[in-house]
Design a protein around this ligand. Structure first.
Ligand SMILES: [Zn+2]
Length: 140
């Protein structure tokens, strides 16, 4: 089964399940699929690209989901970049960041864990740090 987001000629979007791509196209062109909102059979497949989804007028929920998915993708990329290029120092992070800041050790990019309290102290001392969001974060 394939799930498609469908859209009628009045821009209502809804979901439809089909055995396959061809079956979907056939049912659509034969007028066998109707919009649950207005019963229109002028139904087409909605494009799945986020850029198109955000153009929908009446689905704030979808917009937020798309924005969230895009944001998560960016965060995952950022995290991946950091994990590949930065040295992991674990819970030594606050101490190591401080030593780098004060020139007590080699200047380099590091990442690791810090409590909210530790992070705040570092910021107050003028140490440049940034939170690294996890890929599983769901709040927004
Ligand atoms: Zn409709």
């Amino acid at each position: 089964m394939i799930r498609y987001t469908l859209m009628c000629d009045k821009d209502h979007d809804f979901e439809g399940w089909f055995p396959g791509i061809e079956a979907c196209d056939k049912q659509l062109s034969a007028g066998l699929v109707s919009c649950p909102d207005c019963n229109s059979t002028k139904v087409r497949k909605a494009l799945m690209a986020p850029a198109v989804a955000t153009k929908k007028q009446d689905s704030a929920m979808d917009k937020r989901q798309v924005a969230m998915a895009a944001q998560q993708a960016v965060m995952a990329k950022l995290r991946e970049h950091v994990e590949n290029n930065f040295e992991h120092v674990g819970d030594q992070f606050p101490e190591e960041a401080r030593r780098i800041h004060y020139g007590e050790t080699e200047k380099r990019d590091i990442y690791g864990e810090a409590s909210v309290e530790e992070a705040r102290e570092l910021v107050e001392e003028g140490v440049e740090i940034a939170p690294l969001p996890g890929p599983t974060r769901t709040d927004a």
